[in-house]
Write a protein that binds this ligand. Structure first.
Ligand code: TLP
Length: 344
């Protein structure tokens, strides 16, 4: 048995054999000079899947989101974000650090901010107040336990954004999970947004990389921002070769992750101390709240580790993520560990 079943994140996935072979054979150039054919191929593929003109290969989701905020805003402006969003909570404050704009966090129902609340918080510039120039959405929503934000919410927010001439950016780190779980094509979500960032290095199993997708002119500007942030990569075709496999071979497999997460949630939701609605586990992330008479969250996490199960404490709860490198056996091992530790 392997030493650990790693449920900390889908970012821990290792490249597939096919990816390693593709790396060996990849045709490369110098992408900063614009002549890496494999990067170009990946960017064209990403743009066509998302349904926009152009894409930019970036080292991480955080850099993709940072560039998106920078390209759509100027100083003295404000950005509407969801209060538990990754871009607001978990990206080391790049909005203020890089773009020098203020985030305006709004509450939501499982990641979907009520459109009227968005409208209420749009600010007209004055000597006292910033102009709202961008709305950031997230789908699936990580800190809401991989919740799928419904397309209707996207459509309603797009309508308001258009009324006020505001841009919409989607942190679609896991947009393929959202699409499979809701049966809504990624293009439908993307159509409501001016730019989309998605990750190759989560459930899609590439070792490194994300894409930022938008209209051609904006992506050319994004390319300059990427260089300024130190994200220009040279023979990046080695990584892009894996990305192409992620997009052509790894998307449908995400359904297995959703199935396993549901099974795991069903098996542990009623154990002592756990608050979790298994019906709300829509994709590959389980977040449960934990309040036990004799055990703290760090104690639970460390007892699980002793039994070979790795998971992460988050926001007063615990997160478990399913992905390519945890199979049915790992799920059974996790269920057994939870039952032993939290025996009634
Ligand atoms: N999320 C990571 C950690 O940062 C928590 C994870 O393990 O889930 N948007 C969303 C919705 C994300 O979940 C993440 C990564 C990112 C952006 C940033 O991507 P990276 O890690 O490539 O910078």
């Amino acid at each position: 048995m392997k030493p650990y079943s790693d449920f900390r994140s889908d970012t821990v996935t290792r490249p597939t054999e096919e990816m390693l072979q593709a790396m060996l054979k990849a045709e490369v150039g110098d992408d900063v000079l614009g002549d890496d054919p494999t990067v170009k191929k990946l960017e064209e593929l990403a743009a066509s899947i998302i349904g926009k003109e152009a894409a930019l290969f970036v080292p991480s989701g955080t850099m993709g989101n940072s560039i998106a905020v920078k390209m759509w805003t100027r100083e003295l402006e404000e950005v509407i974000v969801e209060e538990k969003s990754h871009i607001y909570n978990m990206e080391s404050t790049h909005m203020t650090f890089i773009s020098r704009v203020t985030p305006r966090p709004l509450p939501s129902r499982r990641g979907a901010i009520a459109p009227e609340l968005v409208r209420k918080h749009i600010r007209m510039p004055s000597v006292h107040t910033p102009r709202t120039s961008l709305i950031c959405l997230e789908n699936t929503h990580n800190n809401w336990g991989g919740a799928v934000v419904p397309l209707e919410n996207f459509l309603a927010i797009r309508k308001i954004a258009d009324e006020f001439g505001i841009k919409v950016h989607l942190d679609g780190a896991r947009i393929f999970n959202a699409s499979l779980a809701s049966d809504v094509p990624v293009k439908e979500y993307a159509r409501c947004c001016d730019s989309v960032m998605f990750c190759l290095s989560k459930g899609l199993s590439s070792p490194v990389g994300s894409l930022l997708v938008a209209d051609r002119e904006t992506i050319e500007y994004a390319r300059r921002i990427r260089k300024a942030l130190g994200g220009g990569m040279r023979q990046a075709g080695l990584l892009a070769a894996c990305g192409i496999i992620s997009l052509t071979r790894m998307v449908d497999r995400l359904r297995e992750d959703h199935e396993r997460a549901r099974r795991l949630a069903q098996a542990i939701y009623d154990l002592p101390g756990i608050t979790l609605n298994p019906e709300e586990v829509e994709t590959n992330i389980i977040i449960f709240y934990f309040n036990h008479p004799t055990m703290t969250i760090p104690e639970l996490v460390s007892r699980l580790k002793e039994k070979g199960i790795l998971c992460l404490p988050v926001f007063g709860g615990v997160r478990l993520v399913t992905h390519k490198d945890v199979d049915d056996e790992d799920v059974e091992r996790a269920i057994k560990a939870f039952r032993e530790i939290l025996a009634r």
